[in-house]
Design a protein around this ligand. Structure first.
Ligand SMILES: NC(=O)c1ccc[n+]([C@@H]2O[C@H](COP(=O)([O-])OP(=O)(O)OC[C@H]3O[C@@H](n4cnc5c(N)ncnc54)[C@H](O)[C@@H]3O)[C@@H](O)[C@H]2O)c1
Length: 278
């Protein structure tokens, strides 16, 4: 279905997982793509995949979304050559799970720089131009289940992902007058590169088990890309991709005492499963 015919779409984190699957789905739907990722080889592969299937990639550049100057330079190139975007999709992210006493300052900084500053950079470099153009548009930011629930061992990750829900909620209302829609996607487990690259401050034996368990309940990134496409089509604001997280978020809002007991149990299970290197 060519629902995005001619629409200019910028996707971060397009070399792998959810970003890559979303890029493929959006190209299939007729979008003209602008792609980035820190991984040059991965971004080349995504471009080849899309072009071989007859899709259009206007520009693809490898850079770090945490680097404001790199994002601003890319935005200038896009605006000068192609004009304002129609759709901004913030996907790039990293994960770190740790007890707070096992984290150094650089651990906090690295996750905040990518997951929060990276998204802010996308918004500040592209959205004002979308507003000035007056053609409306759409912003999608990929948060997480950890953006709605303070999951055990997720202090910094959950902090950044809650911030994305907060920013998105403000933009949802602030940008309505400009006909710019907003979705925030809160996936549960998804089987992507992140399963391997997520940094977990615990012994490798115990993290292997957790990673394995995670993949058993995970959705495919292609399924999440479909869900993102549907969110844009229906202009749905908050999108939770899996039933377990929908249920937990429901309990958090309507049955706080039960939610509290479940969180105590979940934390105990995580503490027992992950053996810290002390
Ligand atoms: N996989 C899951 O279970 C899951 C669950 C909830 C939320 N998420 C979120 O989904 C998003 C996509 O993750 P994924 O699961 O597809 O993982 P992934 O590792 O497959 O993809 C993430 C991509 O982001 C890129 N990236 C990382 N740091 C970057 C940087 N500084 N600059 C530019 N690109 C950078 C990586 O190179 C990678 O290609 C992330 O924001 C993640 O937090 C994932």
């Amino acid at each position: 279905m060519q629902i995005l015919t001619g629409k200019k779409v910028f996707i971060t984190g397009a070399a792998s997982g959810i970003g890559k699957a979303t890029a493929v789905a959006m190209a299939k739907a007729g979008g003209r793509l602008f792609l980035t990722d820190i991984n040059q080889e991965g971004i080349n592969q995504t471009c080849s995949l899309i072009k071989n299937a007859g899709g259009e990639v206007c520009l693809a550049r490898a850079f770090n979304v945490a680097d404001y100057q790199a994002m601003a330079t890319f935005a200038q190139e896009v605006h000068a050559g192609y004009g304002p975007l129609d759709i901004l999709v913030n996907v790039a992210g990293v994960a770190l799970f740790s007890q707070v006493e096992d984290m150094g300052h650089s651990d906090w900084e690295k996750v905040i720089n990518v997951n929060l500053w990276g998204v802010i950079h996308g918004i500040e470099c592209f959205v004002p131009e979308m507003i000035r153009a007056g053609h409306g548009g759409y912003i999608v930011s990929v948060s997480s289940a950890a953006g709605l629930i303070g999951l055990p061992w997720h202090a910094v990750y959950s902090g950044t992902k809650h911030a994305l829900v907060g920013i998105s909620e403000v933009l949802r209302y602030d940008l309505k007058k400009h006909n710019i829609g907003v979705s925030v996607i809160c996936p549960g487990a998804v089987n992507t590169g992140l399963v391997k690259t997520a940094e977990i401050h615990a012994s490798s034996g115990s993290t292997d088990k957790i990673r394995h368990l995670f993949t058993k309940i995970a959705l495919t990134p292609e399924r999440v890309a479909d869900i993102i496409m549907n969110a844009i089509r229906t202009r749905k604001f908050l999108v939770i991709t899996s039933f377990d997280i929908k249920l937990l978020y429901f309990l958090k809002r309507h049955f706080p005492t039960l939610f509290h007991l479940i969180m105590l149990l979940l934390t105990r299970i995580m503490d027992k499963s992950l053996k810290r290197d002390v």
